[in-house]
Design a binder for this molecule. Structure first.
Ligand SMILES: C[S@@+](CC[C@H](N)C(=O)[O-])C[C@H]1O[C@@H](n2cnc3c(N)ncnc32)[C@H](O)[C@@H]1O
Length: 364
């Protein structure tokens, strides 16, 4: 392996000198198969998602294969790694994992959520804005965690009703259990399309979630539902003629009210009868206005915070059959046993509803 701190003109992609690399194919070995390349591609994509400050690629020179990682800026250490051994590449990039991707100087919704969930995909800039908020409103983290638990309960509920296709819109960074994992615990053949407008989320998702041809990760904006549903990557996995479950969890409060209302109405209309809508969102009804102002300031550089009245959130389910217990606090939706609210200063609502089919009972 060669590791070149600070960059080295010899490492340009074209015209690299021949290296005595461990990846050299042994004499008489079969040529590298497509299958091996596929496995390597997946491993490289995963590593790439973990190291956003580095560009990683594989190249073949004569009969040798080698992997190259190069920092996107000169201050990334190690700046350049060249090796024929994937495990060695991964080990060498441990320090580069901590490096901030160029441009990650502004807080990001998905990374901030990862911080609240105690995930690992967040940068100092995200932690700084949230730490300031968490000092006054520590309940933000339990609310995010309760939302994630609600997603799992809602997906299991819908899968038990026989719906096995899921569109997770505003999916966020992978957070185990992800929707396809939860859905498949009830319906092993479940199909899932993850949709997000954030390219970092999409690239992480493609590396970590797209495990087979029944999972897709699609770049799309909830404000344009028709474009999402027409995306060939989505339609390759989801049959829109059949009932589908659309999840819009912890995302609609980042969209301007009129646009959110239009998007939800369009989705309701485009869904086949028998489809489900799963929504969770922060509400202004009963929430401390100081918390909303704080969140608006914290997310100022990422997205608007548009806490809606409870009645507006209820209206997103217009014409649908709300599953018991209706629109409720996120931590208590179909939670076994009575769950005490962790806070009286912040309300986060959740509901699951089915688009009625002629001739079927409205209850679910
Ligand atoms: C807080 S995370 C929610 C993740 C997941 N839905 C959950 O409930 O656990 C919000 C995600 O919505 C995405 N997002 C925000 N506005 C969006 C939009 N207009 N279209 C698509 N995705 C959006 C963000 O990029 C982020 O990844």
């Amino acid at each position: 392996m060669r590791s070149v701190p600070g960059g080295d003109p010899r490492t340009s992609r074209i015209g690299l000198p021949a290296l005595p690399l461990p990846g050299r194919a042994p004499r008489g070995a079969r040529p590298i198969t497509d299958r091996l390349f596929k496995t390597q591609d997946r491993a490289l994509a995963e590593l790439q998602a973990e190291c956003p400050a580095v560009r990683i690629w594989r190249e073949q020179v004569c009969d040798r294969v080698r992997f190259v990682a190069r920092g996107l800026t000169l201050d990334v250490h190690p700046h350049t790694v060249i090796t024929g051994d994937l495990a060695e590449l991964r080990a060498a990039l441990v320090p580069a994992r901590q490096a901030v991707r160029p441009g990650a100087t502004e807080p990001n919704i998905a990374r901030m959520y990862s911080y609240l969930l105690r995930g690992k995909d967040h940068y100092q800039v995200d932690r700084n804005v949230l730490d300031a908020m968490l000092g006054s409103f520590p309940e933000l983290a339990p609310i995010a965690q309760a939302n994630r638990a609600f997603v799992a309960r809602a997906v299991r509920h819908v899968a038990r009703q026989g719906v096995t296709q899921f569109i997770d819109a505003g999916a966020g960074l992978p957070a185990s259990p992800n929707v396809h994992e939860t859905a498949r615990s009830t319906a092993p053949g479940a199909r899932v399309a993850y949709v997000d407008r954030d390219p970092v989320v999409v690239s992480h998702g493609r590396a970590l979630l797209a495990c087979d041809d029944r999972v897709a990760v699609v770049a799309g904006n909830i404000r344009d539902p028709a474009a999402i549903l027409a995306d060939p990557a989505l339609t390759a996995v989801i049959d829109l003629e059949q009932p589908v479950c659309v999840l819009l969890t912890a995302v609609l409060h980042f969209i301007e009210p009129a646009e959110a209302d239009q998007a939800v109405a369009a989705l309701r209309q485009l869904m086949t009868p028998g489809s489900y809508l799963v929504i969770s969102a922060g509400t202004s009804t009963g929430t401390d206005p100081e918390l909303i102002r704080g969140l608006q300031a914290a997310y100022r550089d990422a997205a608007p915070i548009t806490a809606r009245a409870e009645a507006d959130i209820a209206a997103w389910f217009s014409g649908m059959c709300l599953a018991r217990p209706g629109l409720t606090e996120v931590w208590s939706w179909r939670r076994p046993g009575r769950q005490a609210s962790p806070t009286h200063r912040a309300r986060f609502l959740a509901g699951v509803a089915r688009k009625p089919e002629p001739g079927r009972s409205p209850l679910s």
